[in-house]
Design a binder for this molecule. Sequence first.
Ligand SMILES: Cc1cc2nc3c(=O)[nH]c(=O)nc-3n(C[C@H](O)[C@H](O)[C@H](O)COP(=O)(O)O)c2cc1C
Ligand code: SF4
Length: 455
Amino acid sequence: MSTRLDPATPPYRVLPPTAVDDLTAYERAGGGSGLQQALARGPDATVAELARARLRGRGGGGFPIAVKWRRVRDAARRRGEPAFVVANVAEGEPGSYKDRHLLETVPHVVVEGTLIALHAVGARQAVIAVKERNDRGVGRLRDALAEIRAAGWARADDVEVALGPDDYLFGQETALLEVLEGRPALPRVLRPDQRGLFAGLRAANPTAVDNVETLAHAAAILGGDANRFLRTGTDATPGTILCTVVGDVARPGVRELAAGTPLRTLVVDLAGADDILAVLGGASGAIVTDDQLDTPLEYDAMRSAGLELGSGGFVVVDHSRCIVQVLTTFVRFLALESCGQCVACRVGTTEIADRLHRIDQGSGSRVDLERIAARARWLTDGARCRLPGGAERLVVRALERFGDTIAAHVGTACRARPIRTPLIDTLDPDTGEVVWHPGYDSGVPTHARRRGMPR
Ligand SMILES: Cc1cc2nc3c(=O)[nH]c(=O)nc-3n(C[C@H](O)[C@H](O)[C@H](O)COP(=O)(O)O)c2cc1C
Ligand code: SF4
């Protein structure tokens, strides 16, 4: 198995050019030195080095890792409670495969990054959380952890692998903690540093939940790559970003690009898209239109353009598709995957999905369109998590950019080439072949909660 090397290959890379077979190969390539450095420096200097590198979380929000780790560590110390670390490999975003690609290619770096977090935060235990469905990655991860334990890496016995359900919300950090405690994936009100793993009435057990790509960068930075990391990317977001491109492109796949690379380089030059109606940044990252393809792949630049970098997963749709159907598919995904704890989703996201479906089927009216626009305006009010923010961005953006097309669709059934929910089950790194999640074949996922959504 090989990782595609792009013409725009940056000098700093977290993905090795080929899959790492075992711990010996990983160590031969310099693996393990990040943990050694973290142990030699001690927690405070480790976090200081990550602050110097300005490493931002790659799970979607771009939050500085050093701020998070200091917060968790300080809160645990102040309260005299244990801290915990959770490595997030849930990856349920449509169009994203980068975390699983990392896990399948080099699982040792996931364990190493988790061990660094364990030491830096001063945690009692670390958990690597991954979907049970991802059997390929789970197998690689378990083998890597067993090798690392056998090699006697410091505190490797305090790292566990936990398998989770096939829910989008499993990746939301507080819902993830609920799952690890044996409950359904329902987001909490308080952040993980305020109410962490196995928290009780009095104990908060501050917890750091980190995306695995973030942890892999932490291992590379501490292992001696800090200056190369800082020379790559932008001032606001140094380093590289793992991106996935799928959909109507010639060469789908996962690619590692310097942060700040224009989106056009990824979807046109590397993935070979030659006819673009829109690019969807997963279900949470908004709709990018042709005039925005030069937006840099970087958190702040994307936000300034009204977009979200999210998990760096992009779905390209060409002009054989219908924007109403595209929008319906993505918003319905969010509605189906929401948990119903807040009015935002129970009423808002669900109603928008319903009305969009009617317009898509040709039975919608002008009233549906008006209600969709009105609902989208308060969609995130009182929401416990950021899931409906995705629906809001999708709808507001689509109405802005494709308002006339959507209005013209009212009363007309869709005859465009159908689009399916682009949730990736597997992505072959050599051929780019994508296997889609079969749970959405009928448009309705087969797992978990059913609430009578339109088929
Ligand atoms: C609905 C929803 C799903 C999410 N899914 C994931 C996921 O699959 N993987 C992930 O790393 N973060 C996911 N996140 C973001 C996490 O809540 C959290 O911010 C992230 O794991 C923090 O890691 P980072 O600081 O390294 O980015 C999701 C957030 C939301 C609102
Ligand atoms: S915002 Fe939606 S998905 Fe998030 S907790 Fe509330 S109902 Fe659940």
